[in-house]
Write a protein that binds this ligand. Structure first.
Ligand SMILES: [Zn+2]
Length: 77
């Protein structure tokens, strides 16, 4: 039997602003549109229209990271 368990590697996005690791599973990533960085308030928005194909074929979180648009909304409404 082969263990499918991956080593304890945290999945997530490293915030380009403050290097905070925003923990995020691929499942979660596919189900949400925006990722909010608790570290600095940066909002990352997934461009679903442009990246649908790659999102569907997603098997590496890094692919999704490349499809992120950075939106500098500081959540200060
Ligand atoms: Zn941040």
């Amino acid at each position: 039997m082969t263990q499918q368990n991956e080593p304890a590697k945290k999945q997530g996005l490293v915030c380009p602003e403050c290097k905070f690791l925003i923990e995020l599973s691929i499942t979660k990533l596919l189900s949400i549109e925006d990722v909010f960085c608790p570290g600095c308030g940066l909002v990352l928005t997934i461009d679903r229209a442009a990246s649908r194909d790659s999102m569907e074929a997603l098997n590496n979180l890094n692919v999704a990271i490349e499809n992120f648009n950075m939106v500098k909304n500081k959540y200060s409404k």
